[in-house]
Design a protein around this ligand. Structure first.
Ligand code: PLP
Length: 407
């Protein structure tokens, strides 16, 4: 993508024109959430102004239109992930709810005392705690894939963790702290050799790299709309049909049923079996709009451009004395975590904020990873395709000023 294209893209994101403390906003907190293009917000407005009626049950015009929009959005998500069937896409509140759904229902159906779940050392809390809760409920054990000093998972040790007690493997596609792009296809293959299903947390992957769940052969793949330019409060769970049919419903209520009597309830077919209650049918259409937006720009083009930002940002950061980049995997997405000398990350983040620059500091909801590195946290700059090298230059100058003040 050239400068002109980026300028045009930036026009789609009104928030990028905001002044923060009278300074131009530089938004490098895209790992936490991305900004929304005009078309996504307009889709929500259109939904509420012109298409709002509860879906699926209505015979009237608006209800049918809203149903059609919601179900078409499901097709868009299915196509985006290259799912074999639209029924394999379940709308959830996001990545966290999707993982909880699988941990609870898969756990209920297939896990027992003495069984094991494998996650990696670099997981977000949302891919640790639901499994830990399952382990506590069932008397199971959580096993951890370690990593090397660059922040790459040790696949040989992973292989040794796999055994007849392993019931499921759940790993992140891209680390939200280190930026590491994990070799998930290989992880899936190794687990499948032993007939063990794999869930991939795609929260940090889908905004940056093209994903094909069938090529990966993932059993479950989850992500959140808000991290890929869509609205908050909605996301998707992809599950292979055979698994979604094999596990019980997650929540009970309207829509997920076929028939209800006081004696017995029979459940609806996929995908409705997992979507109890009124779904976020306005959010789903805006979610689909966000996916169309990134597809229009081109996922490969986005990956290339963001990689250039990553390389440039890394080079520039390394010019700063005392710079320590946390996460130096060969295969990395546009996330840079760092520390400078003995300065606390929080102090850096606070001062950068006063200069209009939004970065994230702390443990990034990956406390076990941060603890394993023996550090207090990191400063994290995470880039999106609307960011520029010029913004990185301003960031570097600001960082030098901040370091001067703190040392
Ligand atoms: N997994 C990863 C790798 C993440 O980075 C995040 C959010 O930062 C999540 C899961 C949780 O996503 P959400 O809060 O949208 O459910």
């Amino acid at each position: 993508m050239n400068n002109k294209q980026i300028r045009l893209i930036r026009e789609d994101f009104p928030i990028l024109k905001e002044k923060i403390y009278n300074k131009d906003l530089i938004y490098f907190d895209n790992g936490a959430t991305t900004q929304k293009p005009r078309c996504v917000v307009e889709k929500m407005e259109e939904g509420y102004y012109h298409l709002n009626a509860n879906i699926h049950r209505g015979v009237h015009y608006l209800s049918q239109k809203a149903t059609e929009a919601h179900e078409t959005a499901r097709n868009t998500v299915a196509e985006f992930l290259h799912a074999a069937k639209r029924e394999e896409i379940i709308f959830t509140r996001g990545t966290t709810e999707a993982i909880n759904l699988v941990a609870t229902t898969f756990g209920e159906a297939f896990c027992k005392d003495g069984d094991e779940v494998i996650v990696s050392v670099m997981e977000h809390h949302s891919n640790i705690v639901p499994w830990q809760m399952l382990c506590e409920r069932k008397g199971m054990k959580l096993r951890i894939i370690p990593m090397n000093d660059n922040g790459e998972l040790k696949l040989d040790e992973f292989q040794q963790l796999l055994n007849e007690r392993t019931k499921i493997v759940s790993v992140t596609h891209v680390s939200n702290v280190l930026g590491t792009i994990n070799p998930v296809a290989e992880i899936i293959k190794l687990a499948h050799f032993q007939n063990i299903p794999v869930l991939i947390d795609g929260a940090q992957a889908v905004p940056h790299i093209p994903v094909n769940v069938q090529e990966l052969d993932a059993d479950f793949y989850v992500f959140s709309a808000h991290k890929i330019y869509g609205p908050t409060g909605i996301g998707a769970l992809y599950g292979k049909e055979k698994w979604l049919n094999a596990i019980p419903p997650y929540q009970g209520g309207g829509e997920m049923i076929q028939t209800v009597t006081f004696e017995k309830t029979t459940y609806n077919e996929l995908p409705f079996k997992f979507e109890a209650g009124t779904p976020d049918y306005i959010g789903s259409t805006a979610f689909a709009e966000a996916l169309r937006y990134v597809q229009k720009i081109g996922l490969n083009e986005i990956a290339d451009y963001e990689h250039a930002l990553l390389t440039y940002g890394t080079e520039k950061l390394l010019e700063i004395e005392g710079m320590r980049i946390i996460g130096t995997a060969v295969n990395k997405s546009s996330v840079i975590s760092f520390l400078i000398g003995n300065i606390h990350p929080y102090d850096i983040g606070m001062l950068l904020d006063k200069l209009g620059i939004a970065v994230r500091t702390g443990h990034h909801c990956a406390q076990p990873l941060i603890d394993s590195l023996g550090i207090p946290g990191t400063v994290r700059a995470s880039f999106a395709f609307y960011n520029t090298k010029e913004e990185i230059d301003v960031f570097i100058e600001a960082l030098k000023r901040v370091v001067g003040m703190l040392q």
